[in-house]
Write a protein that binds this ligand. Structure first.
Ligand code: FAD
Ligand code: PHB
Length: 390
């Protein structure tokens, strides 16, 4: 088989890229390791920046989001029992974010790909990339025990943090930057009304907690937990008690609890691989970088990578020029590092760091007090949260 762009990974990055390319008359094949049901069962991001919302409209997958997504004009930060509102819209001259689950975005993208007869091959094994530093790269894989070869002009590595693409860049070329945080997030999804109409990020002595949502009857809550925790030791009752103990009293009193429909633990890390390209291979999304979820940036960063990468492919197939392809890594990394800084800062601001006792705790407290007292500090937070320009 032959295509123009072989896309490894059928998560949001890979599907969005294949959809954009299709609309510009560029062929692609998506190779995904898991089954579609598995991919659609993953509960992940919930907050979309305007840039991603606009992209989804442009590529004709925004209809359901328009109907079912919720526009949020702000969020709260709770500290020492008090909630402080961050008015995103007032602080950013009218900008906002969209609450619409990554699961729904992925479902909409799969539907669009099916309608346009896009080729997404799932349940592939042993994906391997070859001759990336030549003009004739190719990909080999297995499906149902049979071996296949996919020839292409380019390979887009959209296969997430644990994929094969990043590792196909020789180690003397690839540089990795990483910070692992000494905790994770225990998340619960429940069919209950959200405790508040906006998100609440809670800093408390017992650790961070987040109150988020998917819709009027679907809530998403997280509590910071130790990396040693086993999700099986967390009954629903234990989770709700722990969450309540980290919320302001009045908020905890109005929390409606119910059975969880999903419960999982995610570790927190910051990670960047440089460069994002090697020969004919281009990395995008979690394959190249990971942010801690505190700033809600992971999915949004994947989308901005895809914006730059698709523009580069469109330039190449339209004009034969490789200018944007050669600049892709530098261009995307500028925005990636800014999102890294923001996610790291929000993580440091809101979590309990056992090693911080004393000076570190006072710095965190002062950072929060400064934020609540300074419009300039809030403007910086809001500008980053709604998303820096592409
Ligand atoms: P992925 O979604 O990881 O997709 C990669 C795909 O490649 C997967 O389907 C995988 O099965 C496939 N794959 C892997 N290896 C191979 C292989 N060898 N061959 C073929 N296919 C392969 N981001 C936000 O913006 N806002 C949020 O609010 C937010 N909250 C989050 C909360 C949690 C709990 C978590 C875990 C993440 C959150 N994120 C958030 C991050 C966001 O989910 C990711 O950044 C996003 O999924 C990245 O998309 P991707 O397509 O690059 O990677
Ligand atoms: C979520 O709803 O899953 C979510 C929202 C905001 C974040 C992280 C996760 O910062």
């Amino acid at each position: 088989m032959r295509t123009q762009v072989a896309i490894i990974g059928g998560g949001p990055s890979g599907l969005l890229l294949s959809q954009i390319l299709h609309l510009k008359g560029i062929q692609s094949v998506v190779l995904e390791r898991k089954s579609r049901n598995y991919v659609l069962g993953r509960i992940r991001a919930g907050v979309l920046e305007q840039g991603l919302v606009d992209m989804l409209h442009v590529v004709k997958v925004g209809k359901r989001m328009e109907k079912e997504g919720q526009i949020h004009h702000g969020f709260d930060i709770a500290f020492q029992g008090k909630r402080h509102q961050i008015d995103l819209t007032a602080l950013t001259n009218g900008k906002s974010v969209m609450v619409y689950g990554q699961t729904e975005v992925t479902r909409d993208l799969y539907e669009a790909r099916d309608q346009m007869n896009g080729v997404v091959i799932d349940e592939v094994d042993d994906v391997s990339l070859h001759k990336l530093d030549t003009a004739t790269p190719f990909v080999t894989y297995k499906k149902a025990g049979e071996n296949f070869r996919l020839d292409c002009d380019f390979v887009a590595g959209c296969d997430g943090f644990h994929g094969v693409s990043r590792g196909s860049i020789p180690s003397h070329i690839l540089k990795e930057y990483e910070k692992v945080y000494p905790f994770g997030w225990l998340g619960v999804l429940s069919e209950t009304p959200p405790v508040s109409h906006e998100l609440i990020y809670n800093q408390s002595d017992k650790g961070f907690a987040l109150c988020s949502m998917r819709n009027a009857n679907l809530s998403r809550y997280y509590v910071q937990c130790s990396l040693e925790e086993d999700v099986n030791n967390w009954s629903d009752d234990r989770f709700w008690e722990e969450l309540k103990s980290r919320l302001p009293k009045e908020t905890a009193e109005t929390l409606i609890t119910g059975p969880s429909i999903e419960k999982s633990i995610a570790p927190l890390r910051s990670f960047v691989a440089e460069p994002l390209s090697y020969g004919r291979l281009f990395l995008a999304g979690d394959a190249a970088h990971i942010v801690p979820p505190t700033g809600a940036k992971g999915l949004n960063l994947a989308a901005s990578d895809i914006h730059y990468l698709s523009e580069a492919f469109i330039e190449f197939y339209g004009t034969g020029r490789e200018t944007k392809l050669s600049q892709y890594s530098d261009t995307a990394l500028k925005r990636i590092w800014k999102a890294m800084r923001f996610s790291w800062w929000m993580t440091m601001l809101l979590h309990h760091f056992p090693e911080n006792e004393g000076f570190g705790d006072r710095m965190q407290q002062t950072d929060l007090e400064y934020l609540f007292s300074s419009k300039a500090a809030q403007t910086s937070l809001a500008e980053n949260y709604v998303g820096l320009p592409y």
